[in-house]
Ligand binder design. Structure first.
Ligand code: ZN
Length: 360
């Protein structure tokens, strides 16, 4: 089948396609309904978990899509294509494979990166209850990231403020301050929340169950929005032991580390990688974020800010609101055959070599 045909135009279509393909390949499927949110048309939202292979295997491979909602167009298309193209028909023995579809179904259905509580899920896996983590300078630029008005003088001033911050501190410092994760501005961007969200709790429960017999676990989380067009950057994520194991396992591949400054991503706290590593202390975990480039970083950040503004202060049903929603989708999903072929080829290579290496 044409690879492009595995990619969907919206969340309900993506979910239906994923479930249909998994059923045809005899995957076992469990669905988790998010009772805290609905799709734009009022319909229900689900995180779906499809598994194949022995549930008591000592090795586990989990592929996630849609941790950042709207990025699920890419991850869901990849998951569907991997299943549809029979990539799991001949998996190593003693390996269970799980595909977690739409970790953040609200964001996928509403074309948003955040969840129903304006939380960036990949900042929400911190240990809550202790000290609030550093905001890496976010407080200094919050007002610029989230202007009162999206057009006219307030927006011009806001953009100038960000440009000045980059001039004074460097572009990397601006990226870190904006996107590293903050826990103080619930109306801001890259907000990590004050407690684990529904998706976070569900993911950790699902992973804990899947890994009940596992001695080794491999996680790949599909993301978009950073790096060159269509390129899939292999980012080793989590605490130091897991990052070290991931580098060792993927020896021969170019793997990057945000904490070492080698990634297109700034150092980030509270990612899913930190969460799974924390709950599986007796498992040798490995975690890759496979990050695909879309548009230039400035345009992607502008789309994130615009999306935040339209829900906070704008009107979704206005011409500007509709334009912003289109721009958000385009910032995280290149709806082009060439891009889809690129992201799938890379995913196929990374996933199949992961399974090959597991079997060595
Ligand atoms: Zn992402």
């Amino acid at each position: 089948m044409e690879i492009e045909s595995y990619f969907s135009a919206n969340y309900p279509e993506a979910r239906a396609r994923f479930l249909r393909l998994c059923e045809a390949r005899n995957f076992a499927v469990r669905s988790y309904r998010n009772d805290r949110a609905q799709a734009p048309d009022g319909s229900a939202l689900y995180m779906d978990v499809a598994t194949t292979g022995p549930s008591d295997a000592s090795r586990l491979l989990v592929l996630f899509s849609g941790t950042h909602g709207v990025e699920g167009y890419c991850g869901s298309g990849i998951q569907a294509a991997l299943v549809g193209e029979s990539c799991f028909d001949d998996t190593p023995t003693d390996l269970q494979v799980a595909l977690v579809h739409a970790v953040n179904p609200y964001g996928f259905a509403h074309n948003r990166r955040v969840n129903e509580d304006n939380i960036d899920l990949n900042r929400n896996f911190i240990e809550f209850g202790g000290e609030v983590p550093s905001d890496n300078g976010y407080g200094d630029i919050h007002a610029y990231l989230v202007p009162d008005q999206w057009e006219g003088e307030p927006r011009t001033q806001a953009d100038m403020g960000l440009a000045q911050y980059a001039k004074d501190n460097g572009a990397a410092a601006l990226q870190h301050a904006a996107s590293g994760g903050q826990y103080t501005h619930s109306d801001g961007v890259f907000y990590g929340g004050t407690a684990p969200s529904w998706s976070t709790e569900t993911v950790l429960t699902v992973v804990g169950d899947l890994a009940a017999s596992a001695k080794e676990a491999f996680f790949i989380d599909f993301h978009t929005g950073l790096g060159p067009y269509g390129h899939g950057e292999m980012i080793a994520a989590g605490y130091k032991p897991q990052v070290g194991r991931t580098f060792e396992f993927y020896e021969g591949y170019e793997v990057t580390d945000p904490d070492a400054g080698t990634s297109s991503s700034a150092p980030v706290q509270g990612t899913m990688a930190h969460g799974v590593e924390r709950i599986l202390p007796d498992v040798a975990t490995h975690f890759l974020a496979l990050e695909y480039g879309t548009l230039p970083m400035k345009e992607v950040l502008t789309a994130v800010r615009a999306d935040n503004w339209v829900y906070l202060s704008g009107a979704l049903d206005s011409e500007l609101g509709e334009q912003i929603k289109r721009e958000v989708r385009d910032a995280f999903y290149c709806d082009e055959a060439k891009w889809k072929a690129m992201v799938y080829e890379r995913a196929l290579d990374v996933v199949s070599s992961t399974m090959r290496k597991i079997d060595l």
